[in-house]
Design a protein around this ligand. Sequence first.
Ligand code: ZN
Length: 136
Amino acid sequence: MDKEEFYALAKKVFAVDDSDIVEFYGAVEHPILYCDCPRHHFHVPVYSRVIIRDVNTLEPLPHGQVGLVNLISPMVRATPILSVMTDDLGVLHDGGTCGCGITSPYLEIIGRVGLKDIKTCAAGAAELLANAGSVR
Ligand SMILES: [Zn+2]
């Protein structure tokens, strides 16, 4: 379901306007929330950077091209995780094209790379814990 369809359904079923729907994007390893603006775009906050990388070469791509989402922030101090390469596919857009007034680039998530072996961190941790329990 695309966003416009979802907003229309929320309005029809719950009488909730899209302006009352807040979305965010994030990752467990990168505790920076990318909250949507009034036009439902995930602008990159000042304390974070996003690099879209070519899926084959990992070279940075210009705005407007689809690639792997690389999240960077110095805000994580408890662990040495400065840069996280996700398995999400996304596009960075020039912030000025949004029209909401926020000028930082915004991230559009397209989906995941589609490999069967990829698990979320939570699923991987649950599997590790289950296996650790069987070893004891
Ligand atoms: Zn915006």
